[in-house]
Ligand binder design. Structure first.
Ligand SMILES: Cc1cc2nc3c(=O)[nH]c(=O)nc-3n(C[C@H](O)[C@H](O)[C@H](O)COP(=O)(O)O)c2cc1C
Length: 172
């Protein structure tokens, strides 16, 4: 599939089948995330693949939605702020969130490419996540990605509502 077709066909999946995701598929997705670009190539992302039922329960508590509980696997993308690049010219801005977001989108696109569904989830309680994953203070959870086979009967493909190019672009 061409990249543009993949980008256009990916959508946020909010209904999953209980069928487990094969480890090779999870590894394929993580390999795609690992190859993402990052500032100064510092690769500050850290990935937590959650399949254990005990940990899963706490992850579900951190974002309490029925649909979220249907995913058989979750990948938590974190950034290590002791590793991420800080802009040196002026304001010391930390680009770790940007780097983690690029790796995260590789997760979404590669999952879609191999027929799996994901959804960005950022509206979680970070304290619950940090505790259950035993994260040190320098490791910040950025997003959770439920991952699984799509329950096509319950999942609906939303309209791709996007601003037009003319609304968001200036050619100067
Ligand atoms: C940074 C970010 C955070 C998001 N957080 C959530 C979330 O907490 N819960 C949720 O259901 N969707 C979340 N989403 C998914 C968006 O709602 C979704 O991407 C957007 O509505 C566009 O729909 P599409 O992904 O189907 O194209 C998030 C997306 C991004 C990029």
């Amino acid at each position: 599939m061409k990249l543009k077709e993949l980008i256009e066909s990916r959508y946020s999946v909010r209904a999953y089948l209980p069928r487990p995701v094969e480890e090779e598929k999870i590894n394929y997705i993580l390999e795609c995330a690992r190859m993402a670009p990052s500032a100064c190539n510092l690769q500050p992302w850290r990935f937590y693949v959650v399949r254990s039922q005990d940990v899963m329960k706490k992850i579900q508590e951190s974002y309490n939605r029925e649909w979220f509980k249907t995913a058989p696997t979750h990948i938590v993308v974190c950034k290590d702020s002791t590793v991420s690049w800080k802009r040196t010219t002026s304001d010391n801005k930390d680009f770790g969130d940007v780097d983690a977001a690029i790796a995260a989108e590789h997760i979404c696109l590669s999952a879609a490419e191999i027929g799996l569904g994901t959804c960005w989830v950022c509206n979680f309680n970070p304290a619950i996540l940090s505790e259950v994953l035993d994260l040190s203070t320098n490791i910040e959870p950025i997003a959770i990605f439920p991952l699984g086979y799509i329950d096509e009967e319950k999942s609906f493909v939303p309209d791709k509502k996007r601003s037009s190019l003319s609304e968001i672009t200036k050619w100067i």
